[in-house]
Write a protein that binds this ligand. Sequence first.
Ligand SMILES: C[S@@+](CC[C@H](N)C(=O)[O-])C[C@H]1O[C@@H](n2cnc3c(N)ncnc32)[C@H](O)[C@@H]1O
Length: 356
Amino acid sequence: MNAPDPSGPAGPDLAGPEKPKRRPRYRGSHPRQFHEKYKEHQADRYAEDVEKVLARGKTPAGTHRPIMVREILECLAPQPGAVAVDCTLGYGGHARELLRAVQPGGRLLAVDADPLELPKTEARLRALGFPQESLQIRRMNFAGVAQWIAQETPGGADVMLADLGLSSMQIDDPARGFTFKVEGPLDLRMNPHRGQPASVLLAKISEKELRLILEENADEPRAESLAKALLQARQRTPIETTTALANVVRTTLPEADTDAAVRRVFQALRIAVNEEFTALETFLRQLPGCLAPGGRVAILSFHSGEDRRVKQAFKAGLRDGSYCEIAEDVLRASPEERRANPRSTSAKLRWAKRGS
Ligand SMILES: C[S@@+](CC[C@H](N)C(=O)[O-])C[C@H]1O[C@@H](n2cnc3c(N)ncnc32)[C@H](O)[C@@H]1O
């Protein structure tokens, strides 16, 4: 069943008043599946119900709660009239705050690799009433954002943000194949129109390559036995769904904490199919050149492979004079935020400033 589109198409309806959409049918008294949660998908219409979901520490289906917003605004200190760049637009929570902070007279350039969520986010942001010209959005990988910034603001951006990884809309939608908790195609692509799904990668990868991916992308301590087991399993039946992959991992490692191992296997494959480390390294190399003198960047990362790269790039930039100041320590979400939004628990925030 398709999700009701929470943003809905705007504009005149030439066919007359639209018939209210029927809510999806579901078993039992409450919707349980992602696409059945029609109230959460229509946050504007069912604000009270959505508040109740938030109060339980959950993320309403089809939305994303921005992480460490206050801390990011403190690090970046965006000013009215400034040019801000959001390199990972997602649901637009950080973008909305940046857009607000650069008014009047400022601009936000925003990109995301995801062609499915981007139009919905753009519609939501445009409905907020900021001047239309103050928001420019492009679907692109942030590895290519330097070129766009050079065209749009040749003097460089005043503030930049990258909030790495996945949005909750992507994680929670079984059709995207990111969650191992529900049956779905083993896809794991941020842009499902590009590259190959994880099932195809898994069907042809060698045992050695798979072991390396598990070690390098997810620090998986049992990479060798998992790689062997996955290749043996695929000889019996192709691994084409999220639950099939999770079951192979679980049966290979029947002892405690197999969920953590399943999570690491998914993370390793996701990083591989999206070429996330290549994109991040390209972005980090080009970053100082994207900033105006005195410009600041903040990066939120969610696992050690990302944080290590950000930390090393900022330190190298400080040594070679590309940056004049960088975060001494990583910043973490407050205990209150972690309680309210458990997805903020693993977030690490670092910032850097280009010299004037
Ligand atoms: C954690 S979410 C961002 C959430 C956003 N800050 C908000 O407030 O809603 C990460 C987003 O980055 C996007 N993304 C990840 N890697 C990317 C890349 N290399 N280029 C462009 N977008 C990317 C994902 O598609 C996802 O939408």
